[in-house]
Design a protein around this ligand. Structure first.
Ligand code: SF4
Ligand code: SF4
Length: 381
């Protein structure tokens, strides 16, 4: 399973692959298809892996309950490790934090979390966590046995990560966005953030190793680069890149189908990090992708709930990518008939409040991009 860690917060993790519970299979009503999720959970555990990651905002509040039903109610607590998070929109005051953790434990049906993360830390919300004493409350919950390890997930600059880790030396691990497309990006600063974590002696969990699916659904030119370089799915190349980075002890993948679970489990059975030729191949793919005119949205949907016009931001961005990068002829139909209307605003109805941009982990200029969406689909049809 590709593990060589026997000490530290991930010593009990079997394998380096974690099951991210933010893109679970969906039922017809839009909620999580728990029956299908049960099958995925069982296949993941049968594959010799045991790390699961949830958060209150995932699936509009439905992820924790789905985890309770599919995982915690059906498997002995010793069979799995569970991570949950203190999300920015889930508390306002210090007094909110402990009751929230207790409520999350009830929602998941467990008496402790193995990992508890300060969620999506960055310049826009760290001040609130500090003022509310959120880190201190998390450490106190650790002392009380409600959580075993405290970490943070991070979406900002390497310099800011250094500040947070300097101010909170008791944080045990860091969750970073690392993938072969963004690794040296000046915006995401994946390499620099990983180096900061290493300098502070913190192990790293990787999130977004396939960049919300962008490194799975490759254009033909990029897919052929990987096909010529060796066997394996596009996802497997991205996971092998992420898992092979120094200091990385866990790689999360949001899995929504049995095909994804089987493919990912196979990638880690055993894990073979990319060699020099493999690294050259993914760099060539990255060059091709960077040459395309795509938005770079990972469809995390963090921006959606706070939008006063209920604009389906990631979906209209996917329409823009489909038309501009892939020449998809039906993109206009999807824009007008599927992703807007029924209470969901047009891109042109954006009032420019900026709430979405403050929530976006990719630091996308959403308002500007929505103007491009409107120009593409609302003036040309
Ligand atoms: S800036 Fe526009 S898209 Fe963003 S939250 Fe405000 S109204 Fe919605
Ligand atoms: S625009 Fe940003 S916040 Fe919204 S779904 Fe895309 S990456 Fe996530």
């Amino acid at each position: 399973m590709g593990r060589d860690v026997t000490t530290g917060p991930f010593a009990e993790a079997r394998g380096k692959l974690g099951f991210g519970c933010m893109r679970l299979p969906l039922a017809d009503d839009g909620g999580v298809d728990v029956a299908s999720f049960c099958e995925l959970v069982d296949a993941f555990l049968d594959g010799g892996l045991n790390y699961f990651d949830t958060a209150r905002p995932y699936h509009s509040g439905g992820s924790e309950g789905a985890v309770a039903a599919a995982l915690c109610a059906r498997h002995d607590r010793s069979e799995f490790l569970l991570a949950d998070k203190l999300s920015p929109g889930s508390f306002e005051r210090r007094e909110d934090v402990r009751p929230l953790i207790e409520d999350q434990l009830r929602a998941c049906g467990v008496d402790h979390f193995d990992y508890y993360l300060m969620h999506s830390q960055g310049m826009g919300n760290y001040g609130k966590y500090r003022e509310c004493g959120a880190y201190e409350e998390a450490f106190a919950a650790r002392g009380a046995g409600l959580v075993r390890h405290v970490g943070l997930s991070f979406h900002s600059s390497a310099a800011f990560l250094d500040k947070i880790l300097t101010e909170n030396p008791d944080v045990e691990f860091v969750q970073l966005q690392l993938n072969y497309l963004d690794y040296d990006s000046g915006v995401i600063q994946g390499r620099a953030c990983r180096e900061v974590a290493a300098a502070h002696g913190k192990p790293v969990i990787v999130m977004e190793p396939v960049k919300g699916g962008r490194l799975v659904n490759l254009p033909p030119e990029a897919a052929s680069v990987l096909a010529e370089a060796g066997p394996g799915s596009a996802a497997s190349w991205a996971l092998r890149f992420a898992a092979g980075l120094p200091g990385v002890e866990m790689v999360l993948s949001g899995m929504g189908s049995m095909e994804m679970v089987r493919d990912n489990v196979a990638t880690f059975s055993p894990l073979e990090p990319l060699d020099g030729a493999g690294l050259a191949a993914v760099e060539r793919v990255a060059e091709i992708l960077r040459g395309q005119n795509t938005v770079g949205c990972t469809a995390c949907r963090y921006c959606v709930d706070g939008c006063p016009k209920k604009i389906n931001i990631p979906d209209v961005f996917s329409c823009l990518d489909a038309r501009r990068a892939y020449g998809e002829g039906s993109a206009g139909f999807y824009y007008r008939s599927v992703h807007t209307g029924n209470g969901h605003g047009l891109a042109s109805e954006c009032v420019g409040c900026g709430a979405c941009e403050r929530a976006c982990p990719q630091h996308l200029p959403i308002r500007e991009l929505l103007r491009e969406v409107a120009a593409e689909f609302e003036t040309q049809g």
